[in-house]
Design a protein. Sequence first.
Length: 513
Amino acid sequence: MSEATASHSSTQQILDELGIASENSGAFDGTWIDTQGELVHSVNPTTGEVIASVRQATAEDYEQVAAASSQAFREWRTWPAPKRGEVVRLLAEELRKHKAALSALVTLEMGKVLNEGEGEVQEMIDMADLAVGMSRQLYGLSMHSERPQHRMYEQWHPLGPVGIITAFNFPVAVWAWNSTVAAICGDSMIWKPSSQTPLTAVAVTNIAARVLERENAPAIFNLAVGDRHAVGGPLVADHRVPLISATGSVTMGRKIGTVVAERLGNSLLELGGNNGIVVTDDADLDLVLRAVLFAAVGTAGQRCTTTRRLFLQKGIAEEMKGRLIQAYGSVRIGDPMDPSTLMGPLVNQGAVDDMMNAIEVAKEQGGEVLYGGGKIDRPGFFVEPTLVAAKAHMPITCEETFAPILYIFEFEDLDEAIELHNSVPQGLSSAIFTLNMRSAERFLAATGSDCGIANVNIGTSGAEIGGAFGGEKETGGGREAGSDSWKIYMRRQTCTLNWGTELPLAQGVEFDI
Ligand code: NAD
């Protein structure tokens, strides 16, 4: 039995530890606001039962949160970055203490299996640890001035309150990707989580608030749960918020991106993927099987990096399809709190309907279901993981259906596979399985995969936090979580300092009286 199930025998214990009541406020500005918005019920997708409820924010509640966040920013930006890092280090400690309970709540509310819920909270902790190190490495460059006795350099300053809009499928990790880095950069935050997963947001806000209070830090970690009219719209249009970091569907990104661009704000968009794995004849098929299974079936196909398209070279296609059909038949589907379960439910009935609809459309467009394709008759929102033999350029395979459907294509040579792989509008994650060095390099070359992430002999999902994460094309172009992605949370200032007695102008311009 895993630590989380062992130490939390009941849902009530989990909720109590995380400070979740049967009805909770959905807005925090340093204290919990007496919100007046609609009551949203958080439903356990495994049972269809309500876990607890959250009273969402109204536009007035949002205004209160935004004003408080702006005020917190004024103070927080004056804290030295390593001191801000210390607060984030303590946040990681507090998350470690509550890892078991928070992981279990992620599983209860979102439906991913417990082991993945634990992985998600571990990702928050890893992110915080990374950000602590970053807090001493917010480097600017220094340049040689063309003018004598001048010094030129660039420095990075805190940016302002950051709006963080998150999707239901990584209800807490995506907040940490943004918030831990934004915090060390000197920014305050307004978090608008998915109303599908409000309880994990309330729980995380409780944890973060305790740390801030103990450290006498301003209330930088703010929350506003609410719909588009009360929270989403006002946040995106808010001139006090210079950066909107939004994670979700391409449809959402297009709407938000337009509003932020209109006011000349910055946006960091992490949108949908349509991720593919290319398998060549020389690949290690045992590795392929394990990687595809995790990447296509894990989280019930509800990861932005889920493998949705598989390209098999003709020489191994039949064998691979046979092995996949067999493996899909042995995936243990059921209660995600049970440690032996590999695949839990989809998030809600809408997701089940979308999947069933996509399968029908795939059949109409010439696809053949090789495995699965149905709902599972039990409470909650369970479906069968599904394999579909597809034809090149079937329109449905160019869309992201957020469910465990894997489209399988066959190809003759690698150029053909790469062209087909790149022919979709999204560009998040990609992989090739090959033991041939030339094929691997071909895939990684400028003429290879057009995605933000390209792997060799590793599936498309399960990225580590140290690299910059994000995708190209309709995936939105944003980068988060590692490398130099901290720069988007700061403003760059180029400074030129004259320590001489003359005033030479650049480019040799003379302007003397
Ligand atoms: P969604 O687009 O329905 O919602 C995402 C968030 O945006 C929610 O908080 C939602 O309330 C908010 N939102 C939607 N429209 C808005 C608007 N007009 N103004 C302000 N806020 C708005 O997505 P979802 O169903 O919660 O999540 C699944 C999607 O997220 C998939 O497409 C998946 O690929 C994507 N995703 C991407 C990444 C990534 O890093 N690229 C990570 C996780 C999820």
